[in-house]
Design a protein. Sequence first.
Length: 545
Amino acid sequence: MARYIFITGGVVSSLGKGLMAASLAALLQARGYKVRIRKFDPYLNVDPGTMSPYQHGEVYVTDDGAETDLDLGHYERFTGVSARQSDNITSGRIYQQIIAKERRGDYLGATVQVIPHVTDMIKEFALADPDDHDFILCEIGGTVGDIESLPFIEAIRQMRNELGPDRTAVVHVTLVPYISAAGELKTKPTQHSVRELTSLGVQPDLLLCRCEHPLPESERAKIALFCNVRKEAVIQALDASSIYAVPLQYHAEGLDAEVLRHFRLEKDPAPNLGRWADIVDRHNNPEGEVTVAVVGKYVGLPDAYKSLNEALVHGAMANRVKVNIRWIDSEIFEQDDADIAAQLEPMHAILVPGGFGSRGSEGKIASVRFAREHKVPFFGICLGMQMACVEAARHTSGISAASSSEFGPTDQPIVGIITEWMSKEGLQQRGADSDLGGTMRLGAYEARLAGNSHVSTMYGGAERIMERHRHRYEVNVAYRDALEKGGLVFSGMSPDGLLPEIVERPDHPWFIGVQFHPELKSKPFDPHPLFAGFIAAAVDQSRLV
Ligand code: GLN
């Protein structure tokens, strides 16, 4: 029977609850347990799909086409377990479902209330599909004390009663700030935050104390006393050198051992942490370094390209090098006095990532052109591939008016809106005026790779691949011949041959554009082949520059 571990946050946000959940799951997995992680987001959006990357960071897309919180990316990268739609719920989705039921009359005249209707639905979500999991970790977004998170805490309280302490644990992640003027760590915010949680009927079992300085035994004892937890269950969580060092660090602090003690499973065998030691070793001891330019739009906030950042790091670890990522706002390449060469010449590779809207698109096209003409390794992802096709149309196929219909009306829509496509659920149809939420081509779709193509070599000779999508526009297959004549080969297509999935340039050392998001599937212990290949090409380039 599945056991449930709830992870709450106190004092402030951004304490790394998601990483903590992912790390604990990885540690339990390393002991042979089957784990799954879920995220409860208290905000009222139905999903983060329509939220700005600046507000919320990247939208992480699952195989089954859900647009989810970026923490699900950490979960997948750390455990290798594919996240599903049913692993992320928001207050918005809960209310949407409840109101739909109410309108149908399903509540048979009852007054619909937060307790029990909203809390029941939260519990239903937490308990759904336990399969044969040993542990289901549920991370609650936000901070204890937020109005929005109250129903979630109440649902945890009820589940604690219903399932009992043998099947539930609460880990509260809190901050122990260092006051430099006093030269002391302060436990009071943690005490207050735990008091807030207990006032809602939830006594935490473990406290994970984030701190910038080591937590002295005396402070640990004080927290234990005031917060009513065992001293061993007050876990020190110092800042780590990298996110991949977190599982080993928390293990050394006794996190997983203490969780197992809570569930009376402490006699279980020691974890096998070999793969984490290898990752940390690769990360900490690179044998060289490369610099990659990422020319995009949301470069001010690294979380906006979280998975991309990680996939580049995985590709670097696969090649035993360090990757320096130079984030460049493509708009700067649109200024009259822009010196693109000065910025891009020192780069060992150039990547144009996914994005939305016309802002900065000419700068992206200019970057593609630079990479093509100077034979610098180039990787275009989603919008990046679309821009590579527009660049090719304009400069190697003689279609000077080439553009994307995403940027406004055009006579040469090299990239156009997709109104029909086949999915596992059958024919999908959309119009230009469809809702924006949840209506893109989303989730895993198959691509067929051309034999003898560069990309099929990258995928180890595979003929069919499955990759995750999130886009509304598509390269227009009607331009295939014109683009191929200019040297841009369509080396991956949808099974019906209508949707271009991959383009490449055989006359270039490494030039690949993909309509999907390979970064979403890359893992530290299983780097995505395209990222491993791209960084290998950057290493080759670094020997030339
Ligand atoms: N804006 C483009 C589209 O909707 C690309 C999306 C993306 O890069 N994820 O098709």
